[in-house]
Design a binder for this molecule. Structure first.
Ligand code: 0X9
Ligand code: CA
Ligand code: ZN
Length: 417
């Protein structure tokens, strides 16, 4: 057993003062638990623990003192440290909820011919779940001739880069629509729904008071001292199974019933109401992975769907340097977005786990890295739009359709060919 990663990871953090957080987690811990394979990892996930990183011979989970006590009772030899960064000031480079609303309104005002802003529902605390439909004639149903896609971000509150990627995609498409033929063409021949933030309440909570709180779930009132449901355990395919928790205090609490949460129910309705949506991407972070169903079982999905997911997921991964694999290769979960989207709806669905690759004492990715993560995922998203015409076709995105800048900063500097 080698469980030393946490010592390296936290060496720098230990120098920081640990300031008790009022809102969440003055007893929050980063716990390293030995786990040699997916079966041992699934056993840990099945305890309702939230695995944030898979290492070669261990996993890291975010937990609290009672999780540590449970693990010790069960005979695990664990290393635990207080979470770093509880006192870190909120990074102004991220847009969060208010910034996102401003950007979406600016885009919809500037591009009314191809961007229709609407809400697909409301959160538990009545925030709108803003969505832009990106297409020509966006107020008309052209699904008979235009394949559809859905990009959704930030199911998990503390995963702020998972907002910036779909939001940056919209900014890129808006900026280039009028003069770049490839953008014009993709927008005119597809219907693309972008919901950059599915969990606004959690996001607002995570940044409340000006510092981060490691909040993951939504803000359902559980009528106790522990709020929230894990939206990525609340979808209604194999809901309630392994790798989710029935305990309200768990970070993977699945909720009282499938689709009990207004946020996941609203996203379900978007997909069900638009059967032309061929391909779905749900953005999360971190680990740099492109993963596909199943999550609830180690079995592969049936053909040809499995091969199609492998083809598309592997190509997406090639633009980003991420690792493509089946979700359950990590560990078993149930009730996530893609198991439902594929299992119940037959759609192609990927969870993209964005940067960073590992927990480095900075769960919250520095804002300076946003442009690079946006830029490399842009080509993956463009590729999937191109794929939606004939999912599974072989080949790379034609060169002329690739993003026009090699990096977001080049793009921002106007270095467009
Ligand atoms: O646990 C999740 O919901 C996702 N990871 S995250 O760190 N963003 O929370 C995806 C988990 C992948 N699914 C399975 N391992 N089955
Ligand atoms: Ca259209
Ligand atoms: Zn996540």
């Amino acid at each position: 057993m080698r469980a030393a990663a946490i010592l390296t990871i936290l060496a720098a953090a230990l120098l920081l003062p640990v300031i008790p957080a009022q809102a969440f987690d003055d007893n929050a811990l980063l716990i390293e638990i030995p786990a040699m394979d997916k079966y041992e990892r699934s056993a840990i996930a099945d305890l309702g623990l939230d695995i944030v990183q898979v290492l070669d011979e261990s996993v890291l989970v975010l937990g609290r003192d009672y999780d540590l006590a449970l693990l010790q009772d069960l005979g695990y030899t664990v290393f635990a440290q207080p979470l770093p960064q509880l006192d870190v000031a909120v990074d102004p480079a991220y847009r969060y909820f208010d910034g996102m609303v401003a950007v979406l309104n600016t885009l919809a005002d500037a591009h009314p011919d191809v961007m229709l802003l609407s809400s697909i529902g409301q959160s538990w605390e009545s925030r709108e779940l803003w969505t832009i439909k990106l297409s020509d004639n966006p107020d008309q149903d052209e699904s008979a001739s235009e394949p559809g896609l859905s990009f959704v971000g930030q199911h998990h509150a503390r995963e702020h880069i998972s907002l910036e990627v779909p939001l940056g995609f919209l900014e890129y498409m808006g900026d280039t629509y009028d003069y770049l033929y490839s953008t014009t063409n993709l927008v005119q021949t597809h219907e693309i729904w972008v919901t950059p933030m599915l969990n606004p309440d959690g996001v607002v909570y995570d940044i409340s008071g000006g510092s981060y709180h490691y909040w993951r779930k939504n803000r359902r009132d559980n009528e106790g001292s522990y709020e929230g449901v894990d939206l990525n355990r609340n979808y209604g395919y194999m809901w309630g199974g392994s790798g989710s928790s029935g305990t309200m205090s768990s970070d993977t609490y699945r909720g009282p019933s499938a689709f009990s949460e207004p946020e996941s129910a609203a996203y379900r309705d978007l997909i069900v109401d638009n059967p032309s949506i061929e391909i779905i991407v749900s953005f999360h972070n971190f680990s740099k992975l492109v993963i596909w169903p199943w999550g609830y079982t180690y079995s592969a999905m049936p053909e040809p769907d499995h091969t199609n997911h492998v083809t598309l997921g592997t190509q997406y991964a090639s633009y980003t340097g991420y690792t493509p694999q089946q979700s359950s290769d990590l560990y078993i979960t149930s009730g996530d977005t893609c198991d439902w989207a594929y299992g119940d709806q037959g759609r192609i669905c990927f969870t993209v786990e964005l940067d960073p690759v590992q927990f480095g004492g900075d769960f919250y990715l520095p804002g300076s890295q946003i442009p690079e993560v946006q830029a490399k995922n842009l080509n993956g998203m463009l590729y999937l739009i191109w794929q939606s015409d004939d999912p599974g076709k072989s080949g790379d995105l034609p060169y002329g359709m690739q993003g026009v800048a090699r990096s977001w900063s080049e793009y921002n500097a106007g270095m467009i060919r």
